[in-house]
Ligand binder design. Structure first.
Ligand SMILES: Nc1nc2c(c(=O)[nH]1)N[C@H]1C(S)=C(S)[C@@H](COP(=O)(O)O)O[C@H]1N2
Ligand SMILES: [Mo]
Length: 307
């Protein structure tokens, strides 16, 4: 007479599998206190272990310096229209601070100079935009794992959200076209049918005439719609997930996301948040934007954009 294994037995099995997965390269994750705690909390553990096992944790291909593209095409926002950002840029980001907060024990702020003093990782990788172009670039920055370890995740933390400086103009490409608007902000131009704006949000997020947002004027229900993205903890602790401040050996240009942008390799271009101002650990992203976990996700793109 067979019995279903007890929850405890399942969990023990799950922990064993997780331990095996860790030997395969998740050591940093395995050492984290919150991760051990997560493994003891039932459902979380099962979900988490599933994701570990389903995810190939091998590194994204890394290339030689000779492979670096002579031109890394900027896409989406190339010069954030926001006043606050412009002021920071004008002062060469001397007053910039990255904030790390949310479901963490020890929230903190770091200046760009502070970030540059932390251990860094450099990687030459290929960026793939859903629009159909790719480019190889060299990125140097701080592993996100280090920042999260420093902040000490609370056990409820499941996703990492990147809040960006740039207010988006929802007027282009997303309202079904036909108004002659420019499409330079779209990750896929008009190429992807999933771009069609869903109806029913009940509010127009487009400024009159569908023109470029100026200052803080692209609003939804009165607040600016800024670019944001989110990833889960497996991607967050992946060794190639870094917050890059250098591109091709030089300070990141504004067009590519200065002063700090996410590189979450093995994910499509729109996950690579530029102009990152704040990193927030959350349990759910339901309360952000339209609740889909990112600016483009809110327009219908997949949240999980692994490649
Ligand atoms: N803040 C912000 N991040 C963003 C975007 C954006 O418009 N704003 N565009 C995304 C898209 S669709 C792509 S392909 C890449 C482009 O990065 P690049 O400008 O360095 O080529 O940034 C992504 N991150
Ligand atoms: Mo993109």
């Amino acid at each position: 007479m067979s019995r279903l294994p007890s929850r405890r037995a399942l969990l023990t099995g799950a922990s064993a599998m997780a331990a095996a997965a860790m030997l395969g390269g998740c050591d940093r994750l395995g050492n984290a206190e919150w991760f051990k705690r997560t493994l003891q909390t039932g459902e979380d553990a099962n979900l988490f272990v599933q994701r570990l096992l389903l995810t190939d944790r091998t590194l994204a291909p890394e290339y030689a310096e000779a492979d670096i593209s002579p031109w890394f095409k900027p896409n989406g926002t190339e010069d954030p229209p926001d006043k606050a950002y412009k002021a920071l840029a004008k002062a060469k980001f001397a007053k910039y601070h990255l904030e790390v907060d949310g479901l963490v024990e020890a929230p903190f702020k770091l200046s760009l100079a502070d970030l540059r003093k932390l251990p860094a990782r450099t990687q030459v990788t290929r960026h793939d935009c859903v629009e159909g172009w790719s480019a190889i670039g060299k990125w140097t920055g701080v592993p996100l794992a280090d920042l999260l370890s420093r902040a000490k995740l609370k056990p409820e933390g499941r996703y990492v959200v990147f809040h960006c400086a740039d207010t988006m103009d929802q007027g282009n490409a997303l309202e079904g076209g036909g108004e002659g608007e420019e499409t330079d902000e779209a990750p896929a131009g008009n190429a992807n049918p999933s771009m069609t704006k869903q109806s029913g949000s009940g509010e127009s997020r487009k400024d009159a005439g569908g023109q470029q947002a100026s200052e803080d004027t692209a609003v939804s229900g009165g607040s600016p719609v800024r670019y944001y993205e989110s990833i889960d903890l497996v991607d967050a602790f992946h060794p190639q997930t870094i917050l890059a401040y250098d591109m091709n050996g030089q300070a990141l240009p504004v067009s590519n996301g200065a002063p700090l942008r996410l590189r979450v390799e093995r994910n499509l271009g729109y996950k690579q948040a530029k102009y990152v101002m704040r990193i927030e650990v959350v349990e759910s992203f339901a309360h952000l934007g339209e609740g889909k976990g990112g600016y483009w996700e809110d327009q219908g793109y997949a949240w999980y954009a692994g490649i």
